[in-house]
Structures are given as C-alpha cells and as structure tokens.
Design a binder for this molecule. Structure first.
Ligand SMILES: NC(=O)C1=CN([C@@H]2O[C@H](COP(=O)(O)OP(=O)(O)OC[C@H]3O[C@@H](n4cnc5c(N)ncnc54)[C@H](OP(=O)(O)O)[C@@H]3O)[C@@H](O)[C@H]2O)C=CC1
Ligand SMILES: O=C1CO[C@H](CO)[C@@H](O)[C@@H]1O
Length: 398
C-alpha cells in the first residue's frame, strides 16, 4: 500500500495540452518520488462528449463534466490545470481563484496584458501558487545554457538570437481554428509561439526592456473546419473559407535591461522547418546554441583561440543538466517533449506542497503578456515600445 499523499487533480479542457497535463501528473509520483505525492486524476471538464468519454476511458479520470464550473465546485479537487483556448483562460483562472484552487495554466494567460495582470494579481492576493506552461525552460540543455550565460562562462553577454519557425499552418488548406480568431486567440503567432521565445530569452539573459517589431499575415483565408480536432491535427474541412484575423509572422529587435541586444523571429507558416525553435546566446568569450528539433543537444564554444580545431562542441544531455537523469539512466538516450511537461507538473506540485512559489508562475505569464502587447503595438505604429517593468513576486530569476 502506498504511503504517498494523494492530491486531487482537475483538468479543464482535454485537447492537446489537457491530455498532456493528465499524462504529466501521472508521471510525477514515479519521476519525483521525494515529493511523496501521488496525483489522483479526479475529474476533467470539456464540453465535447468525445473528450468526456476519453477522460474516463483512456486518460484515467474518475469522472468528467461538461462545465468547468462543476469541476471547480468539487471539494475533492485540490489543484487544477487550465488548458482551454486562450479567450477562456482569464475567466477560468479567476473562477479558480474564487474557488481557492491553485492552478497550472497554459500560455498565453488570456488575450491581453490586462487579462494577464488581473489573473496574476488575483492569485497573488488570494495567496495561491500557480504555474504557467512555458515548458521549454525545463529543457536540460536550456538549464545548462542559462548556467553558462549567468556564471560568466561565456564572458560578458552581448546578444541573443531566437527563432521559432514552424510549419503547422504552412498549407493554405490548414483549417481556420480558434488560433486564427482575434476573439478566441487574441494576437496570432506572437502569443502562440513567440511568447515561448521571449520567455526563453528572458530566462537565459534577463528582462526585455524595449522592443520594435513588424508582423504580417501571409495566408489570409483558410477553410472552415467541419469537425473538431486536437491541437493542429484531426480536423476535416469543407468548401467554406473564412478570414485569418491575426498575424502569421513576427520579426523583432529587443533591448534587455542589462544592455544585451537581441533578434527574435517567429512564423507559423514557413515551408521546410517543422518546429525549428532555436536559442543562441553570445558573449565575449563564447556562445551556446540549442534547437528544439535536437532537444537533447547543446552546441557550446568557449574558446577564442581561433586555432585549427576552433568551433562548437556538440554536447549531449547528461546528469549535470537540469532534470535529465530523472528520465533516462544511460547517457546518449533522449528525453522528449512530454517529459518537459512532467518536470513542469512536478514544479507546480512542489510549489503547492511547500507554499514556495517556483517560476514560471502567473507573474511570469503577465510579464510575457506585456512583451506580447508591446510587440503588437510596435508592429502597428512602427516605433520602439518600452515593456512595462512589473515586479515579479516569484523566483523568476532563480
Ligand atoms: N505549452 C505549450 O507548448 C503549448 C501550449 N498550448 C496552449 O494550450 C492551450 C490549448 O491549446 P490546445 O491544447 O492545442 O487546444 P485544443 O484545441 O487541442 O484543445 C482545446 C480544448 O478546449 C475545449 N473547450 C472549448 N471550450 C471550452 C469550455 N468552455 N470549457 C472547457 N473546454 C473547452 C475544446 O473543445 P472543442 O474542440 O469542442 O472546442 C478542446 O477540447 C492554448 O492556450 C495554447 O496556447 C498549446 C500547445 C502547446
Ligand atoms: O505553445 C505552443 C507551442 O507549439 C505549438 C506549435 O505546434 C503552438 O501552436 C502552441 O500553442
């Protein structure tokens, strides 16, 4: 019989992320045994009948609801995940605060900086810990890159280059999902993908102080789906088309408050790269670069001798990097995307157990939303925009 403490979990929305949050909770007891907990998947909430069926039959939930309000009213649910389309995030998060439930929310935390601010402040005022889905931070190679950047191993940091170039909407026949709707998503690729890039840049280097940006929509009409799907897959389309209401592409210049400069770029319609998410950090004594398509590798150059073997060392994930050793017992064996979410789940539950707010939290999501809003404003008027400096009540720069 287990002596582990049971913790009641509710997951709101069972699309791509909701299903992944469920898997992540299930992994915590085994991967992080020192926490002494066994998450119990009490209930899921999703209006879709097929999702409710999958919740109990495939994903291991005890029950399923059509309405998230029924889930939040259940006293046996101690923590919740919020994985709905963006326009529901603030409404659901504020209801979770009202119900006194700590929450793990997907990014972006709402469709505006105002919504993100109201959620972050409400959670803080209620004394609730939170977590946000900036999962790429938990990549062991990124943790090590951050260590190199922040301990001076690369010399004085000069600049970063970040790009998230994806093809998930590159076909003109890709369906017009909620992600292309202003009402349901807010802006387009800026909060959808670039928010991860800006968060990574801030995690490695420091806070973004100002931005200038340009955006465009390259595919302006798409077919309306006739069936629902999960994430970017599984939709069927008909003859009807509708307008894409937000941007496909963004290019940005940024200044960090510590003087570092950066270029950031993101696209959801590029033909060729599948999910090429790259972070490169440069300093006076070296540089490091990581590509999500090779999640377990980090290229590092810390010599400036210019000799015949000068160049990058390609290092592979190993026990000295982040949480890698929890996932694989043999060097050269890769961990994957789902494992990043498992680390995130453990970090959220650690915050819940100890009361110590680990990052990234709702405050970091608010910080990211302020960057997004400055980017969108700059793309509209062509000027540099300062990013409001918010005080983060968390261990943002832990
Ligand atoms: N951290 C990361 O790497 C990623 C984060 N995300 C973020 O996660 C969130 C969800 O994205 P994703 O999982 O791809 O989306 P999906 O479209 O796959 O899933 C969304 C789910 O929410 C359901 N839903 C709609 N209305 C409600 C409601 N009122 N109450 C409860 N559920 C509802 C949808 O049902 P129906 O189909 O009937 O509308 C669907 O099942 C987004 O905010 C996105 O930005 C997404 C992917 C990766
Ligand atoms: O956060 C995200 C990361 O990558 C996805 C692309 O596959 C996005 O669509 C998503 O919302």
């Amino acid at each position: 019989m287990t002596t582990k403490k049971s913790i009641g979990v509710g997951v709101i929305s069972l699309g791509w992320m909701g299903r992944l949050h469920a898997r992540a909770y299930r992994s915590v007891g085994e991967r992080f045994p020192e926490l002494g907990i066994e998450p119990r998947l009490v209930a899921a909430a999703d209006p879709l009948e097929e999702a409710q069926r999958a919740a109990t039959e495939d994903l291991g939930f005890e029950r399923a609801h059509a309405s998230y309000r029924e889930l939040l009213a259940d006293p046996s649910i101690e923590v919740v995940s919020i994985c709905a389309p963006n326009y529901l995030h603030a409404e659901i998060a504020l209801a979770a605060v009202e119900a006194g439930k700590p929450f793990w929310i997907e990014k972006p935390m709402g469709v505006s900086a105002e919504q993100a601010r109201s959620v972050a402040r409400a959670a803080q005022a209620a004394g609730l810990v939170t977590a946000v889905g900036f999962n790429y931070r938990h990549t062991p190679a990124i943790e090590y890159m951050r260590e190199l950047a922040r301990t001076g191993a690369l010399g004085r940091l000069t600049n970063v280059r970040v790009w998230l170039i994806a093809d998930y909407n590159s076909s003109p026949l890709s369906p017009l999902t909620w992600r292309a709707s202003r009402d349901r998503a807010g802006a387009g690729v800026v909060p959808d993908l670039m928010s991860h890039g800006a968060d990574l840049a801030q995690y490695v280097v420091g806070r973004i102080a100002s931005v200038t940006a340009m955006t465009d929509t390259f595919i302006t009409e798409r077919p309306v789906p006739t069936t629902t799907g999960v994430g970017h897959s599984g939709f069927e389309i008909g003859e009807e088309t509708g307008p894409v209401e937000n941007e496909d592409y963004v290019a940005m210049l940024v200044r960090f408050d510590n003087g570092v400069l950066g270029t950031l770029e993101s696209s959801r319609v590029s033909v060729g790269p599948r999910a090429e998410y790259v972070v490169e950090v440069y300093g006076t004594n070296g540089s490091a670069r990581w590509n999500f398509e090779r999640l377990n590798e980090l290229e590092v150059c810390t010599t400036v001798d210019g000799g015949p073997t000068h160049g990058y060392t390609r290092a592979m994930a190993n026990p000295a990097w982040g949480e890698w050793s929890r996932y694989q017992p043999a060097i050269g064996t890769s961990m994957g995307f789902d494992d990043l979410k498992s680390i995130e789940a453990a970090q959220f539950l650690r915050s819940v157990l100890t009361g110590e707010q680990l990052a990234p939290s709702a405050a970091d999501a608010w910080c990211a939303a302020e960057v997004d809003e400055a980017v969108v404003a700059s793309a509209a008027d062509g000027r540099w925009h300062d990013v409001p400096h918010i005080e983060l009540p968390t261990t943002f720069n832990r």
